[in-house]
Design a protein around this ligand. Structure first.
Ligand code: SF4
Length: 533
């Protein structure tokens, strides 16, 4: 395809949305307008949950924290009221559980009465109280220390002076890169890859057309820190992007927000206007892009496919995105939080950032939900333990039994691990992962077998299906667990082999880690599951 055709293809998902989603005749009309084969348009439409089932205007989050807060009853009531409702995976609102998606707007703390008040018309669904206008913000701490973390200062007022960008221009790219290396900043989206190595990798590419992509497809169950950062401090995100673009000599920045982030998208649109003077001063163009559903689009190469208007399926590597990324050009992809660290590093220096951490460099935004008094986002030194995080969040509700330290792909850990540092290395040693630091706390009232079942169902549903070990393995594991919980003691005989196959033969992290909820529970709780179910 020519460059022109690529740009046209990139508009396909939005055209499908504007035509009302997947419905008879839509694929044909979009095909005619774009030249993409009709079957290929259908393939795109059917991939994204918000396009594939547009009639489902109400989606009830059935992630762990929302189910603990009564999501099952909400879904049942919504259906009983005649609303077009279905279950969905995490809406990045675990601190405001149970959450419901109304078209593309997340409603927090929805109650049964809210659903009953609709009189069967989904458009009438609103929540009571201060959130009615849709401008809700999450909890970020009670004490000054918790609220005013040094790197992000979530309680602070956005600063549009772009002084760190100016400082970066004075320092020059090489000095900024040295500061980044000294800071030890690792990607905050889950992989933990050193940021300076990606930036240096971009700078040596012979191709001079280069792109930068913001990954704001925050979908890892239990994680909602990027949402809060975008709502409260979009200035840090845009300034971090501008500094990165300056250093890797990228001219265009693509901002990819998950489709359910209607409110963060509105905030970001306003922020882009405020930041225009700074971005114009370095000749930078921003392109805002809303996704259309699909957990896997948070994987960076899947996200690139989605931006190109295709089904959001992860790519084989090599080549790496910094070699051949968006539209075949070198592309630097970073998570929201990673970029928001950059202004501090430029302003205060790499050593100052590093010193903020405990067992790893810098502070970290931890999302915490489940059985804690004040679920929310807390900026704390990297490497604090669960007890310290929960103390910041007002304490435990009930007696701790288990916790999820870093999203669904990190498995479960037992209460004895409550003093283990929540950092990249320590959790890896425990057979888990920090991931996106989406911490879910589970007390003794929780049915762990059901939590495992939910997570296995989640991976089965969200596998994009292109690798056989992942497609078949996620289905197999969920079925095996169902049989095991129904009393078939031999059902898990081949689980170890299946998880090895999945780990070895899958393209991306989903297939490589999808067995962890099951294997971690067998490892830590096998003799303790009899009371569950
Ligand atoms: S591992 Fe699973 S989700 Fe990842 S590319 Fe393969 S099939 Fe898709």
């Amino acid at each position: 395809m020519s460059a022109m055709d690529e740009r046209t293809r990139a508009t396909v998902p939005e055209r499908i949305r504007n035509a009302g989603g997947l419905a008879p005749g839509v694929a044909r009309s979009v095909s005619k307008a774009t030249g993409m084969p009709e079957a290929a348009v259908h393939g795109v439409a059917s991939f994204y949950s918000l396009l594939a089932r547009p009639q489902m205007s109400i989606r009830v989050c059935t992630g762990v924290s929302c189910r603990l807060a009564g999501a099952d009853a909400l879904l049942e009531t919504a259906r009983a009221e005649g609303l077009p409702a279905e279950a969905c995976s995490c809406l990045a609102a675990c601190d405001a559980a149970p959450a419901v998606l109304k078209d593309r707007r997340v409603l927090p703390q929805v109650e049964l009465a809210d659903l009953r008040a609709t009189q069967g018309d989904w458009r009438n669904l609103e929540v009571q109280g201060t959130q009615r206008d849709g401008q809700w913000l999450g909890e970020i701490g009670q004490t000054e220390q918790e609220r005013m973390g040094p790197v992000f200062n979530l309680a602070g007022v956005p600063d549009w002076s772009a002084s760190s960008l100016q400082r970066a221009r004075e320092l020059g790219a090489e000095n900024v890169l040295s500061a980044l290396e000294e800071a030890g900043l690792q990607g905050r989206g889950g992989a933990g890859f050193p940021a300076h190595r990606k930036w240096r990798g971009m700078r040596v590419q012979p191709e001079t057309t280069r792109y930068l992509v913001l990954n704001a497809d925050e979908s890892e169950p239990g994680t909602f820190k990027d949402r809060e950062l975008l709502l409260r401090r979009p200035d840090l995100v845009l300034e971090g992007l501008a500094i990165a673009a300056l250093c890797v000599e990228a001219s265009d920045v693509y901002l990819y927000l998950r489709g359910e982030f209607e409110l963060p998208q509105r905030i970001l649109e306003d922020a882009l206007t405020r930041f225009r003077g700074a971005s114009d001063s370095i000749g930078l163009r921003f392109h805002l892009h809303g996704g259309h559903g699909g957990y896997i689009c948070g994987e960076e190469t899947a996200l690139l496919e989605a931006l190109e208007g295709k089904r959001g399926m992860p790519r084989q590597r090599p080549p790496l995105p910094i070699e051949r990324g968006l539209f075949g050009k070198p592309t630097l992809v970073h998570n929201v939080e990673t970029l928001a660290c950059v202004p501090f590093i430029v302003r205060e220096g790499g050593a100052a950032f590093r010193a903020q951490g405990r067992t790893g460099p810098g502070t970290k935004l931890y999302s915490v939900s489940g059985h804690v008094e004040r679920p929310g986002v807390y900026e704390l030194p990297l490497g604090i333990c669960l007890d310290e995080l929960v103390a910041a969040a007002g304490g435990y509700r009930g007696e701790l039994r288990a916790f999820i330290p870093g999203g669904a792909a990190s498995g479960l850990l037992p209460a004895e691990q409550r003093v283990r540092p929540l950092d990249f290395e320590s959790l890896k040693q425990a057979g888990s992962a920090l991931g996106s630091a989406g911490v879910v706390v589970l007390n003794r009232d929780v049915d762990l077998a059901e939590v495992v079942r939910d997570q296995l169902r989640f991976f089965e549903a969200e596998s994009c299906g292109q690798c056989a070990p992942c497609r078949i393995g996620t289905h197999y594991l969920r079925e095996a667990w169902d049989r095991f919980m129904d009393g078939d003691a031999a059902a898990l005989t081949h689980v170890e082999d299946a998880s090895w196959q999945m780990n070895e033969g899958s393209i991306c992290g989903l297939g490589q880690t999808a067995a962890l909820p099951l294997t971690s529970v067998l490892r830590h709780f096998e003799g303790d599951l009899s009371g569950d179910e």
